[in-house]
Design a protein around this ligand. Sequence first.
Ligand code: GTP
Ligand code: MG
Length: 410
Amino acid sequence: MEYFVEQATSHREAEHKIRTKYGDKARIMHHRTIRMGGFLGLFQREGVEVTGYFSHEPIKPRPEAVRKAADLEEEKRRLLTAVKTDKSEKNEPTEKSDKTMEMVLDELRRLRESVEQPVATVPADHPTIVHVEEALAFNDFTPTYIDEIVRRIRGEFSIDALDDVETVEERVVEWIGESIRISEPIRQPRPDVFVLVGPTGVGKTTTIAKLAAHYGVTTNGSTRRNEVRIITIDNYRIGAKEQIETYGTIMGIPVSCVDSAADMKKQIALYQDADVIFVDTIGKSPRQFSQLGEMNEVVRACGSNAQVHLAVSATTKTSDLYELLRQFEPFGYRSIIVTKLDETTRIGNVISVLHEKQKPISYLTDGQRVPENLEVGSVERLLLTLERLRINRRRLSERFPIHEHGDVNG
Ligand SMILES: Nc1nc2c(ncn2[C@@H]2O[C@H](COP(=O)(O)OP(=O)(O)OP(=O)(O)O)[C@@H](O)[C@H]2O)c(=O)[nH]1
Ligand SMILES: [Mg+2]
């Protein structure tokens, strides 16, 4: 982008100079007062220095808002005359003029709304906007998401307000926060069945172990907080059953293995006294349709109250994310667990896709340690991963309070 700096004795002179020299392409960014002229520091006068840049976008006709306002005035006059005529000439101050008045008011409301629509006068290549676009792209946000943010900046900030880059950045971070949906952690009437589905190796079994530990044992590992049970349907792979059984043994949580829908029904009925039943599933790649279909039958046998969560790694690339969300749709998952946050610093694509698909986040995991590396979904935690955008931590904590880890009974 090309910039210019011009000095003059007054704002008017500066603006005249810029228009004459550069024409309509010149966009003013800011001005400051300076000392000009003089000799050896004596006889100096106050002047103004204007900084700007050249835009290749045609100027949006600023008079648009003015023109709309004038049209509104004209329309108002016309409608009021019509009402007066209706009342005085026809002498019918009753039902008909009431209807006319209603029409007039409706019309005025409509016109006022159209005048109040902000007219974007900010050019798309303003340096602050370009900077925000670059920062969002650096954080891996999708082009559609970036466009939405840019549109919002252009609609809500004046060209002068864009000089304050930090405020714009803070606002953008807040908008990103508003676009993240968080679902309530487990806090349901008993017994709660919590099913975790997802692609291979995403961290399902580890996350089930973390959740079971969190809800089932206290930090010193002695007394149980809630009656927790684990069911796994991973009966096929060597070592898979042992993996979850080992966690169960360490935590003193019963683990059972089922391999059919009928078996699942029986096991859930046996666990009716439990507060939460965590169900670990097989990690089939989403392309293996038939196996996913079979697994879905077993998952359905958990009952209509079962909550299904989809585990998605934070490192998944955008196109795979869309694919995953679509492929697992038949399971009716209600929220997403984002795993392996520790393996990437850029999660803009996850935020973008979940926003577009309107999917809430229930939990986050950020490491292999059981049970430590698990937390409830938190907007602030996700925003803190953003780079190249100013983050006002105090404001974020106030704006996006964190849900507590729920105790299933309370
Ligand atoms: N860095 C990191 N690794 C994790 C996280 N969660 C799980 N893992 C690791 O990822 C690997 C796979 O974890 P599993 O829990 O077995 O994954 P899964 O989804 O059950 O895998 P399948 O049952 O084979 O589909 C293990 O080495 C875990 O320790 C996490 O949040 N961060
Ligand atoms: Mg597993």
